[in-house]
Design a protein around this ligand. Structure first.
Ligand code: BES
Ligand code: MN
Ligand code: MN
Length: 464
């Protein structure tokens, strides 16, 4: 790597402003009002891939939002890195909690990011992290340092469950053939302690609807005699976990992978300070499954969380009403070897069984995905590790994350290669929350580290 540092120093303002331009387009995949902006973002990504040196770029239609594909192939005899990322973002609401509008990016300094951070929806998840790869490619092509072939697959439906990506992969197996899949859509421990994500949790996402009487009723005339769907839904949800915060759905834990004492000990060595953790979230105490540490609860253990709950009167003042319906959105984070389709069925069966006769319940599964764990004895992991050593001066710590990228386990199954998760975000970057941001230091460090991965991966692959 002749002078990646120098190249970044010379071009960093442009790198930041190009990302800002991308962040201005509201590519909200969940909301059909933004369909045009999704296409505009896909076009912009395509153009940037071309500018960075891809010799083939295209927008591939799917039944949903399109996938942007790009490649630079130098030789059939060299290995191929497939970069995956997503150009869609989460809805930005609640808008009133943003200090600046979510699609009008601003640079501000924070305690953790004294070098400045870009505040906008998608800054870290995933436009900023995806764009690091585009700029790393630009460096490698401009300086004749691309050592192998590269392909890009940037999708537009990650935040809504990658519904059509399985179909796309199935249709394009040959086109997507690769030796390793490289993703920056996770985080690292801290700026001082780099880490590589070695696991992701699976997911089952469900919506429930509880129906009582045929109309909203006067809560004085009928209250006490007719089942209130909100009361009942609350009770049902409360019963899904016991006093130890274990999930009560029969069969839920049957396939959960238990880690050995040795593995748990190793996990506990990662730097972590519970007081700091609580302080950053302004909570007085942590809360979770008995018998497990906070790090374990948030990575190697399955969970059940209500993501939203509604029904009845929520306008100003008071209205005395016994509502006809109540709703909730519930997610379960899963671990190896839980099968999300099976868990979804177990939930459905249990939820229907615990409903009192006074109401009817409807369980509507949304989407899901399998958990993923990667071994660390493969060429991809070793190359990533060496890359971090170059740019951070430290060996990165392997760490399992609590988040999900549902498509990752499918990649391995369909494309038969290992996935390397080189994330440069921090937990405090507020992804999915108001005031999401991405540190400029992290952004540039990512751009600096990625070319080293290509170099070491190509070298180690030759020796294999
Ligand atoms: N990039 C995140 C996942 C992530 C973030 C993993 C940080 C590890 C560390 C991804 O965009 C995401 O938000 N995934 C969703 C699942 C999806 C089906 C909506 C999630 O984890 O909630
Ligand atoms: Mn993401
Ligand atoms: Mn996300």
């Amino acid at each position: 790597m002749k002078d990646i540092k120098g190249y970044i120093e010379e071009n960093k303002d442009r790198f930041v402003h190009e990302l800002i331009d991308l962040l201005k387009i509201p590519s909200i995949s969940a909301d059909s009002n933004y369909k045009k902006d999704m296409l505009k973002t896909a076009e912009a990504v395509k153009q940037k891939l071309q500018d960075a040196g891809c010799d083939l770029v295209e927008i591939c239609e799917t039944p949903g939002h399109p996938v942007v594909y790009g490649e630079r192939i130098i030789s059939k005899d060299l290995p191929t890195v497939l970069v995956y990322g997503h150009y869609d973002v989460q809805p930005p609401d609640p808008l009133n909690l943003w200090e600046n509008p979510p699609f009008e990016p601003v640079i501000k300094n924070t305690k953790i990011h004294p070098e400045g951070a870009i505040f906008a929806r998608g800054a870290c998840d995933d436009k900023g992290q995806m764009y690091m790869h585009v700029k790393a490619l630009e460096y490698m092509t401009k300086n004749n340092e691309l050592p192998c072939n590269v392909k890009f697959m940037i999708e537009g439906e990650e935040e809504v469950g990658s519904e059509h990506l399985g179909w796309f992969i199935e249709q394009n197996k040959e086109k997507l053939a690769n030796d390793v899949i490289l993703i920056s859509d996770t985080g690292m421990i801290s700026k001082e302690t780099p880490s590589i994500t070695t696991g992701l949790r699976g997911l089952s996402y469900i919506e429930v609807e509880v129906t009582g009487p045929n109309r909203d009723l006067h809560s004085g005339l009928y209250g006490g005699a007719v089942g209130n769907p909100i009361n009942i839904l609350s009770k049902m949800i409360a019963s899904l976990t016991d006093e130890n915060n274990h999930i009560t759905i029969p069969g839920f834990y049957d396939k959960v992978e238990e880690l050995s004492e040795e593995e748990r000990k190793k996990m506990a060595e990662a730097p972590y300070n519970e007081e700091e953790y609580k302080d950053k979230l302004k909570i007085n105490d942590v809360y979770g499954e008995a018998g497990y540490s906070t790090l374990e609860r948030a990575s190697i253990r399955p969970t059940l969380d209500v993501n939203g709950i509604w029904g009845g009167y929520i306008g100003e003042g008071a209205k005395t009403v016994l509502p006809a319906k109540a709703f909730a959105k519930i997610s379960m984070r899963l671990v190896p070897d839980q099968d999300w389709k099976e868990i979804t069925q177990l939930f459905k069966k249990h939820f229907e069984a615990i409903a009192p006769k006074a109401v009817t319940v409807e369980v509507k599964p949304h989407h899901g995905g399998y958990a993923y764990v990667t071994p660390i004895d493969n060429v991809g992991f070793k190359a990533a590790s060496k890359a971090y050593e170059e740019t951070f001066g430290q060996t990165p710590i392997p760490q399992r994350s609590g988040g999900s990228i549902p498509i990752v386990s499918l990649f391995e199954k369909e494309l038969k290669s290992k996935i390397i998760l080189m994330g440069f975000g921090l937990d405090t970057d507020a992804i999915h929350s108001p005031n999401e941001h991405f540190g400029i230091w992290n952004y540039l460090k990512g751009i600096e580290t990625i070319p080293w991965f290509y170099k070491y991966f190509t070298e180690l692959k030759k020796e294999e």
